[in-house]
Design a protein around this ligand. Structure first.
Ligand SMILES: *[C@@H]1O[C@H](CO)[C@@H](O)[C@H](O)[C@H]1NC(C)=O
Ligand SMILES: *[C@@H]1O[C@H](CO)[C@@H](O)[C@H](O)[C@H]1NC(C)=O
Ligand SMILES: *[C@@H]1O[C@H](CO)[C@@H](O)[C@H](O)[C@H]1NC(C)=O
Length: 456
């Protein structure tokens, strides 16, 4: 069935190719007299690896089934948890009553309650096991989808139209997986929003979502991600900005992940044309439906509120434009958001280029407190904040990056660490953490890349 359809599409494109390449008028191009003999030379079938495409299509079907199974499992976990919670409430009530009036309960009653507690324990252990399996299944599905999309990208170089249909299928799968994961996280990751952990222990493999919305390899600068403190109803929103230079021009918003990868925006704000704020540096963040970014003239922190369509700015007199991160120019005021709010990092003349961390009071849009670190900004690839701790990265080689330094603003302690992670491409102009899903978002030489963060 699949093969038949593919072959039909295939013939159509072959036919479409035929007149253009053979019957060009007024030229001495040889029109074949016995048409069947030259026909084959122009058919893409001789080069197009149709078998590979069929495999990709079959893999899509398998992944879809596995994903549906996972979604069913997650729904089952949810109903189980609801029952457990009810049972725990019942047990708590019973124990409370027993404590109040111990004499009215027999030893038998007490034994019953003890057995119930033991049963609950066993059920919870079982559920924990299933949840862990489910998490690792989702990660492996993710990896498979990525490798299939890379395969499609390879096949696209043969024939775009033919591959497009299947690519669309994978994009749908990606969106479904994203939905499944966020549901999974919502239910099973009570650590979201919490800082009761010992900091980042490792990062996942890079999850490559898409090439930039402009489909242009020259769009090396940019960023993407989700609102770090979304307004109610905007929890699934994504944003993207890309450019062939370091100026911040257009910010595009998408209602959900599927719309992002299908490149179907609901709005685009042209900051440069409408407000001429000359935003610069690809070190912005979206928070509370507001873009926080660097304004170059006068040099200051700026915010553009998408809700009210207004912009305001505020200078940090000590901050200097003299030091940027290693990969990209003009990254002087780097915004970051984490569990406790909004931050900005920069270097000063007084610090001689060493990174300074500033906590921003969101109400007054002013610096509340600052900390000076001992790392030289130009040696840093990029930096982000998690739970009041600054994490700084640097390059190990073209494929590997590492978090090499942390500064804890809670204790004033700094540490040299070695948390390596894979890069998809060497150059990146954007890296930020999002506390709503505990992911890092990277704009990696035109590609949207993300990482799941694990804490110890
Ligand atoms: C025929 O086409 C070729 C390639 O496009 C071109 O170089 C050549 O000048 C053309 N000849 C005539 C007579 O138009
Ligand atoms: C909890 O207690 C109520 C009232 O005693 C009972 O009707 C209900 O079935 C119990 N629920 C569970 C899950 O044991
Ligand atoms: C954005 O504008 C809306 C509407 O005026 C306002 O309620 C909101 O607080 C503003 N948000 C920020 C972050 O300034």
């Amino acid at each position: 069935m699949i093969v038949t359809i593919l072959c039909l599409v295939f013939l159509q494109s072959a036919v479409a190719l035929w007149p253009a390449s053979l019957w060009s008028d007024g030229n001495e191009t040889v029109v074949p007299s016995g048409s069947q003999c030259t026909c084959e030379a122009f058919l893409p079938s001789s080069t197009f690896p149709i078998g590979d495409l069929v495999i990709v299509e079959q893999t899509a079907t398998e992944i879809r089934h596995r994903l549906e199974l996972e979604i069913n499992k997650i729904e089952m976990f949810v109903s189980k948890i609801t029952i457990y919670v009810e049972k725990i409430v019942n047990l708590t009530v019973q124990i409370g009553l027993m404590e109040k009036d111990p004499d009215s309960y027999t030893e038998l009653h007490i034994q019953e309650v003890k057995i119930s507690i033991k049963q609950m324990e066993a059920l919870i252990v079982e559920l924990q096991g299933s949840i862990q399996t489910s998490s690792s299944v989702l990660i492996s599905i993710h990896e498979e989808i990525i490798s299939e999309i890379l395969e499609l990208t390879r096949l696209e170089s043969y024939d775009k139209n033919m591959v497009l249909e299947i690519r669309r299928e994978y994009i749908k799968l990606q969106a479904k997986l994203e939905e499944c994961e966020s549901r999974h996280n919502e239910i099973f990751n009570p650590s979201i929003g919490s800082c009761k952990h010992g900091g980042i222990s490792r990062l996942s493999k890079p999850i490559i979502s898409q090439f930039n919305a402009h489909l242009s390899a020259s769009y090396r600068y940019g960023g993407w991600g989700k609102d770090t403190n979304p307004l109610p109803g905007s929890e699934t929103m994504y944003w993207y900005s890309g450019s062939s230079d370091t100026l911040v021009k257009i910010i595009t918003l998408y209602s959900d992940y599927y719309k992002l990868i299908m490149r179907q925006a609901f709005t685009s704000v042209d900051l440069y044309a409408r407000y001429d704020y000359r935003g610069r540096g690809n070190n912005y963040i979206v928070r509370g439906n507001t873009l926080y970014y660097q304004y170059n003239n006068p040099f200051s922190m700026a915010k553009y509120n998408f809700t009210s369509s207004t912009a305001t700015y505020r200078a940090i007199p000590e901050a200097t434009t003299r030091f940027s991160y290693r990969y990209s120019d003009y990254q002087n005021l780097d915004f970051a958001a984490e569990e406790n709010g909004l931050w900005v990092t920069y270097a000063t003349e007084e610090s001689q280029g060493r990174l300074v961390i500033g906590k921003i009071d969101e109400g007054s849009f002013a610096l509340q407190e600052t900390w000076e670190t001992s790392i030289f900004k130009p040696s840093v690839g990029n930096a982000f904040m998690v739970c009041g701790v600054l994490y700084a990265t640097r390059s190990v080689n073209v494929h590997t990056e590492e978090i090499f330094y942390t500064y804890d603003t809670n204790t004033g302690q700094e540490k040299y660490v070695n948390i390596q992670f894979e890069k998809f491409q060497d150059f990146y102009s954007y890296l930020d953490y999002n506390p709503t899903d505990q992911k890092l978002y990277m704009y990696n030489d035109g590609y949207y890349v993300s990482y799941q963060v694990w804490f110890s």
